[in-house]
Design a protein around this ligand. Structure first.
Ligand code: SAM
Length: 293
């Protein structure tokens, strides 16, 4: 077993401890950056970026100059090794993607694994991620969720992946999607996950034209297949499958009322049974008075 202890302090150290730092950056609104992210971006000996031009724009907005290296899924192993060696040699190496949290549908996984395998430390500098921002503001149950990220672009594979998610019917599902595939994906989701399932299409989070469109998967598909050109960045949040309410039989209700009357007032039993039968108190009260005659 390998136990790591990190001594994080709330005040910025003059130079962060050597390690690989996964730095979250804004997903739209440039002010969504933490003080610690700025500290580490400034102090880094090297920044591994998905796109150096993109990161340069972010850094210049904060007057930061750092040494940038392109790093993505296609980076050759030798370039990755160079970054690992920097960490092992006592350097501070930051990882930033174009937006949000590195490794969340973004590059960085191999780098993290290789730094750990070489005995280096890995730290998270937390901040925005479109998945969490969409989930928490969607209004859909955020207590349990499954993050899929992007579905495969090919229809057959996309449907297979959706089928594999069908059994996750009790949790919310979070997907990233490109605007040009949105209508197709909503169509396949309605087919596989069920057209009546509620969902929200969250577009352009934290940006000027931020928008949330709610409906069933069928309604959302109808809406977006009419739209000529959907733009912007998109997260789809699908709600857990609604549990069908059991039909309450009037005999069951009357039986429960009669039983409860033996020990409770009509007012009290209306309160208790309204929860049990998921019915308005008023209705139970009226029924109880009728039974009492
Ligand atoms: N690592 C990023 C994160 O933590 O959110 C995600 C990177 S992934 C390559 C990019 C996708 O994230 C976009 O295609 C979109 O689905 C989603 N996304 C990023 N920013 C967004 C925003 N402002 N509004 C809605 N979705 C966004």
């Amino acid at each position: 077993m390998n136990i790591e202890t990190h001594h994080n302090q709330s005040l910025p150290p003059s130079k962060p401890e050597a390690g690989l730092y996964l730095i979250a950056t804004p997903i739209g609104n440039l002010r969504d950056i933490t003080l610690r992210a700025l500290d580490v971006l400034k102090a880094a000996d090297a920044l591994a970026c998905e796109d150096t031009r993109h990161t340069n724009r972010l850094l210049s907005a904060y007057g930061i100059k750092s040494k940038l290296y392109t790093y993505n899924d296609h980076t050759p192993p030798s370039a990755r090794r160079m970054l690992v060696d920097k960490v092992i040699g006592g350097g501070v190496v930051g990882v930033v993607s174009d937006a949000g949290t590195p490794l969340v549908s973004d590059p960085g996984q191999k780098l993290v694994q290789e730094v750990l395998a070489a005995g280096g430390k890995v730290f998270s500098v937390p901040g925005p991620s479109a998945a969490i921002s969409a989930l928490v503001s969607s209004g859909i149950d955020a207590s349990r969720f499954f993050f899929q990220g992007f579905l495969p672009a090919k229809t057959g594979q996309r449907i297979q992946t959706l089928k594999s998610l069908k059994s996750f019917s009790e949790v919310s599902l979070v997907f990233y999607e490109s605007p040009k595939r949105l209508a197709k994906t909503l169509h396949d989701m309605a087919e596989v996950l069920g057209g009546a399932r509620e969902a929200v299409v969250m577009r352009e989070l934290t940006k000027l034209h931020e928008e949330a469109v709610r409906g069933t998967l069928v309604e959302l598909h109808t809406q977006y297949s009419k739209e000529d050109k959907v733009r912007g960045e998109i997260v789809i949040v699908v709600a857990p499958l609604a549990v069908e309410k059991e039909e309450v039989s009037i005999d069951d209700l009357d039986g429960a009322i009669l039983q409860a009357m033996k020990t409770m007032s009509v007012k009290d039993l209306s309160e208790v049974l309204s929860e049990t039968f998921d019915m308005p108190k008023k209705e139970i009260y009226a029924r109880a008075l009728k039974i009492r005659g």
